[in-house]
Design a protein around this ligand. Structure first.
Ligand SMILES: Nc1ncnc2c1ncn2[C@@H]1O[C@H](COP(=O)(O)OP(=O)(O)OP(=O)(O)O)[C@@H](O)[C@H]1O
Length: 247
């Protein structure tokens, strides 16, 4: 469903992505681990098209999308859940989902209340709100909801574009341990045919959610395999020093 072949990227003299080849099957949930500066965010930027690789290619659903800009990749089903300023604080949770759905379905009109009334838009909003547990918060203004609910809504906004592949950059960062567990459940309950690629520092999440784990170190894939293999890996213990033991 999503594949990279020998992807490389340098900033000046520093090579941040080194020959990265990944292959995610449809419905696979892959977590990307790696220490600070390992090149995880850069890899995401290359995948979504915010950065152009120096070498290598990106393939989505069997097609080479390396030359396509961000918006075109998004239309083909590659969606990214952002942690930053993608929500409209003055609008309700429902309206935020509705706007994303309206843009996706081509129902966005100048009068947004008209867009939200379209049956196709309403259907997506209801489906997504259920998927990310936002039903109790639909009529709350975003400025009034908790941090955890905002994070759920960010995932919801991404899902409202009905993606094939969803990329998430540390979806539980800043969420306390209690809510973090709820978030893991939420991710585990997403539709099984949705392909997920998640950058994560939290190894509990990696082991709770991942079908497979990729570890980057200095821009290079140093591990690609099953979570239980990752747990036993001496190399990963060295990379993570003591923190691996806590997982
Ligand atoms: N636009 C840029 N120009 C120059 N250097 C950059 C740029 N973007 C990233 N880097 C450098 O590339 C390296 C990898 O950064 P990246 O953000 O991809 O790592 P990361 O694994 O996501 O780290 P973190 O876990 O801290 O977010 C870092 O050394 C960073 O300083």
């Amino acid at each position: 469903m999503l594949e990279t072949r020998n992807l490389s990227k340098s900033f000046g003299a520093i090579q941040v992505t080194r020959n990265v080849s990944l292959k995610l099957e449809r419905g696979e949930r892959r977590v990307i681990l790696g220490p600070n500066g390992a090149g995880k965010t850069t890899l995401f930027n290359l995948l979504v098209g915010e950065l152009t690789p120096d070498a290598g290619s990106v393939h989505l659903a069997g097609e080479d999308v390396t030359a396509l800009p961000v918006a075109k990749r998004a239309r083909r089903g590659l969606s990214r859940s952002y942690q930053k300023n993608t929500l409209f604080d003055g609008l309700t949770v429902e309206q935020n989902l509705g706007l994303a759905a309206a843009l996706y379905t081509g129902h966005a009109t100048r009068l947004w209340s008209d867009s939200l009334a379209k049956p196709e838009v309403r259907e997506i909003v209801a489906e997504v709100a259920e998927q990310v547990n936002l039903m109790p918060h639909l009529h709350a203004r975003v400025s009034e909801v908790s941090y955890g609910v905002r994070r759920q809504l960010e995932v919801g906004v991404a899902l409202a574009t009905r993606p094939l592949v969803l990329l998430m950059d540390e979806p539980t960062s800043g969420v306390g341990p209690e809510m973090s567990k709820g978030f893991h459940d939420l991710l585990n309950n997403l539709p099984r045919d949705l392909t997920l690629l998640i950058i994560e520092h939290d190894m509990d999440l990696a082991f709770d959610v991942a079908d497979t784990i990729t570890v980057l170190n200095y821009g290079e894939v140093v591990f690609d395999g099953l979570p239980e293999e990752a747990r036993g890996s001496k190399l990963l213990k060295e990379i993570y020093l003591g923190s691996w033991e806590d997982a």
